[in-house]
Design a protein around this ligand. Sequence first.
Ligand code: CTP
Length: 412
Amino acid sequence: MTETPRASIILGITGGIAAYKAAELARLLVKAGYAVQPVMTAAATHFIGPATLQALTGRPVLTELWGRPPTPTLPTSGEGANAGSKPINDGMDHIHASREADLIVVAPATADFMARLAHGRADDLLSTLCLARACPLMLAPAMNREMWANRATQRNLAQLIEDGVHIIGPDSGEQACGETGLGRMREPQAIFDAVAAMLFDGVLAGKRVLITAGPTYEPIDPVRGITNLSSGKMGYALAAAAREAGAAVTLVSGPTALATPAGVARLNVTTASEMFDAVMERIAGQDVFISVAAVADYRPTEAGAHKIKKSEQPLTLALTPNKDILASVAALPKAPFCVGFAAETEKLLEHAEAKRRKKRVPMLVANLAQHTLGADQAEVVVLDDQGSQTLPPADKLTQARRIVVHLARLLR
Ligand code: CTP
C-alpha cells in the first residue's frame, strides 16, 4: 500500500506526570488512520521515553529546535497505519512541520507551556512549531489545582482562548500530588474525540453534494420485483456526515425504511432508470457525486401489467442491462468529483481497483459485502490515485465522517 492523504497531526507533549497518557492518545490517533508526528519538550522526556512514542507512531520523536532528529530505528514506510510519511529533517523543520500539519494538539500542556505560548515565545521546538503554525492548535492542560487556579495561569488561559487556541479540559478529580481538584488532563479518548470533531468541522463548507443510496427495485409484475439486500444505511450516514461537514446535500434514495438525515433534501425513486434520470437532472452545479446506491445491474425487459400466473412450465425472465449511473456521471464533460462504492465478496482490493479504473473515478470505497450488508459496523478500504487505506471497523456514521475527511483532503 502506498501513502494516501490523511490528516497530519503534531502531537506535542510537555513535562507533566500526565505525559504517560499521551501514549494512549498517540495509539488512538494512529489506529484511526491519522499521521502522527510526536514532538516532546526536554522536560517531557523525563516523564515518558521517546522510544514509546516512536514505537507507537512509527516516527522519530522530535525534541530539538537545532539539529536533526535521531535516525529512526522503526519502519517509517511500507507498513503500519502511520508509516510512510517523510519525517521532517532539514534546517527549516519547524516551518515544514507546521505547514504540513492539519492540527497541533499538545497533551499534556503544562502551566509553563501555556505561559510561554500566551507570550508568543519560541524557545524550544514545540513552542516554535506552535508559533509558526498555519493550522488550529488544541491544548489539554494538566497541572496541580493551585497552579490551574493561579491568576497568572487564568490570565494566560484567557489570552490563549482570545488568540483562538482550543482548550480541552482540564477535569476535576484526584491528582498525582494527592490533592483533589481541577487540573487533571482529560482522558485520551475525550481528547481523541475532540480532535476528530475539529478535523471534521466545516471541511465541506460551500460544497454541493449529490448522493445515491439504498437498493433499486425492478418490477417483474405488479406484485414482484428484483431488488437486493442494501439497507441504505451507509448512504444515509454519508448524507448526514456531508451535511454535518457543511455541504448542501441532495439524497436520491431507492426504497428504504430510513429517516431522512436533518437538513438533507431527499428524493425517492424506485427503479434504476428513475434513479438515473433523477441524478442526471440534478447533477449540473454539483461539486461531488457519491454513488452509494446498490443499483440493479438488470431489469426485466418487460414488466407484466398483471400478476404472472403460476404454471407447471419453467419460466425464463428476459433481463435488460441498466445504465451505469456512476460511470455516466464520471464521463460528463463537467463531471463533479466522483466517489464510487464497491461491495465485493472476494479479492477485495483487486476487484475494487479494477472497478475504480473502469468507471474512471478518483475515489472508491470498498467493502466485503458479506460483512457489511445491513450491518451497523463496517470496515472499509478507500482507494484513490495514491493507493489504498484501510479504515478500521466502526459504526457507519463514524466511517462516513472519516470518508468525508478523506474526500475533503482529495478535493483540496
Ligand atoms: N453503480 C451505478 N449504476 C449501476 C451500477 C453500479 O451507479 N447501474 C455504482 C454503484 O453505486 C457503486 C459502483 O457503481 O458506486 C459499483 O457498484 P457495484 O454494484 O459494486 O459494481 P458493478 O458495476 O455493478 O459491478 P459488479 O456488479 O459486476 O461487481
